[in-house]
Design a binder for this molecule. Sequence first.
Ligand SMILES: C[S@@+](CC[C@H](N)C(=O)[O-])C[C@H]1O[C@@H](n2cnc3c(N)ncnc32)[C@H](O)[C@@H]1O
Length: 448
Amino acid sequence: MSCTWRKYLLYFAQEHVDFRFAEIHSLLSLFQIPMRFVEQPVPLQPYWVVEFNSEENIKLLASRSVSLRSCLELWGHASNVEDLHKNLKILPNSVYESHLQSNKTFKIAVQSFCKHLTQSDKLEKIQTFGYLPFKGEVKLDEPDTHLQYIEYYGTNSNNPPEKPYHVFFGRLITSGFRQLIRQISLKTRKFIGNTSMDPQLSLLMANQAKVNPGDLVLDPFVGSGSLLVAAAHFGGYVMGTDIDFLMLHGKSRPSRIKQKKRAEDESIKANMEQYGLCDKYIDVLVNDFAMPFWKDCLKFDSIITDPPYGIREATEKVGIHRENYTISEEHLPTHIPAKVEYEFSQLYNDLLSFSAKHLRLGGRLVCWFPVFREDYTEEGLPTNSCLQLIANKPTEINGESRKTIADFRNKYFKARDETRRERRTKQAAIREQNRLQALERRGRNCEK
Ligand SMILES: C[S@@+](CC[C@H](N)C(=O)[O-])C[C@H]1O[C@@H](n2cnc3c(N)ncnc32)[C@H](O)[C@@H]1O
């Protein structure tokens, strides 16, 4: 079957720019949509000029993408306004004929990137398109044909040029799925924790994991379950584990400044109910990731997670430094196990080995990996012979193979200067010093 490739503009939101490539490429591969670049994209520019062979494919892509703002069928684009009008004037009738008929309502909207345009500026610009053979009536609300004119003024909003660097004109095909970001906002979510993942990032991760309806998805460091919310929205059956009993039972200290006490019914399940996702929620279980309890044969379609990195929550696992430690029978039922430091490198080795074992072939692990931005190199990332790194820098998109690690992104934080054990030893030394000083003072008082 022959297919016609047409030019389209993908217009992106200028947020989490680094994840744009990884998200779009994951979705293209998920839906097996072919796409060709007409112009090589420039990382900070909010648009890509591309070709697709079907409008349905673009709608499918946009129905999942949270980095995509809108998508236009490109009727013209140029590096200046004059050339754009010249191009539009020689546009073959076949491109616009069916959209400008007398029974079709239309509107033209103006958007600018990095420069504010007043309403009268916009009106003036709309009037310059008067030569297009519109026959129908103008309708501002839900017209049959929604045309957009976009002016790109670079990325420095403090000092935009007088004239745009690039201009685009086309028919709006569809918008991205960005309304979901607001819908699952942390501000209105029933149960959140100190490290709840931002909704947009959660959705980006779920898209990178290529979560499909019916998939089985695990977050082994689940916390308040933000990543489960995102994966469930895309149809995944979700489950999680965490070492923190209080968090999973909704009994940890509240994270909202004005909240003194958590409500009785705060939990990950309550979040799922809030978003109508109960049918996608399997459960969460208290488990130390260093001692996973899963049967070997259990396979997940994806593992999406944000492991602890020792800043806002400790990296710890069940254990004790004392040798030959035993607990008496009577204390066993109420015993709360001691914890020791879970070394960062060990945690990631465990995560990769676990994923190699429990991901189905082709399944993805999408996780955060904290690095120093300055001395970051791909070689510094953990590896596992069964897993292939798919994306960790947005511009590097490799092919997909068996099991895959996707997007070890930076967390841009300051690494710990000292380990938990070092911190504890230091605090103990200070306490000991204070105790000795107090004893000394008491001794001196007695002598007097
Ligand atoms: C960065 S938080 C995850 C936040 C989560 N994505 C959310 O949206 O709330 C890391 C979580 O790992 C948990 N954790 C720390 N050590 C663990 C271990 N050894 N096994 C399982 N979970 C652990 C912490 O209790 C914490 O909830």
